[in-house]
Design a protein around this ligand. Sequence first.
Ligand code: TF8
Length: 336
Amino acid sequence: MKAFKYALAAGVAATVMAAVPASAQFTERNIRLSNGVNEDHPNGKGVEKFRACLTDKSGGKMKVQGFWGNALGGDLQATQALRSGTQEMVVTSSSPLIGILPDLGVFDLPFLFANNKEADSVLDGEFGKYIDGKLETVGLVNLAYWENGFRNLTNSRRPVEKWEDFKGLKVRVMQNNVFLDTFKNMGANAVPMAFGEVFTALETKAIDGQENPFVTIDTSKFYEVQKYLSVTRHAYTPFLVLYSKKLWDGLSKDEQAALRECAAVSRDEQRKVSRELSEASLTKIKGAGIVVNELNEQEANRMREQAKPVWEKHAATIGPETVKMMQAELDKVRKK
Ligand code: TF8
């Protein structure tokens, strides 16, 4: 029996050794990776894949410790911890970070992407790399773009079927001026608020509504404290998978390569799960008694028109070059 156990242990060790070249340089590391969302969000599967991939590539040396539901602070707070080198990683929306890098505001422009294909092509292509370069200058290494998703409006007052229905609704928006203006411009009473405060604010009716993708409305249980969901798809905000540049610079080339490869592998998994769960989440939300409405084409177009001044107003702050480059990339994708 003992011999059998030893043989088994040796076998396992051999498998691990075989995957990692003898010359590779890996050090025992504990990588703290925080998330604002809960673990049943698609990010849970993304992180699981990331962890498994890193274990494999580093022979078990690089360990990933996931934190969920803002346990290490909100998106912005965690990102600042990365910049000062006191935390390794965060998966965060780009939107709350525009104070750190104004160019990120380009992703917040209303009705920027029309579908997943546009978002994937722009984020995984030249434009994504261009933003990655800018992020490095502010102390952040972006390993990949994961999916947060197309955002939809929920509220407790009435169905929103045309832009005039926003009038007077007290809607929580992210701490982001592009979102603030988009909702003000629709006539809503927009209230910037950190994600961690949203559930309670909805529950106590301090606010009427909020906007997020179906998977977040589901896994953060907003559907329990909301009555109406309007499929507005007014923005697609990506997740950044960030590593502290300060700590990154102390990693070996092998460790850096493993992190990049694993972030890309888990990106594919995270997006796949996000898209599958999106449908399931919508079904669950409907099943919970939320009244769901789509926008008809005419009203969707009117909403898009109504949002246009926000582009003009914010192009200068985001950076005209960045907005122009985004438009050129989108034109390319749309021609394909
Ligand atoms: C928001 C965002 C958040 C994400 C998450 C906390 O509404 O969409 O859901 O940033 O990581 O604040």
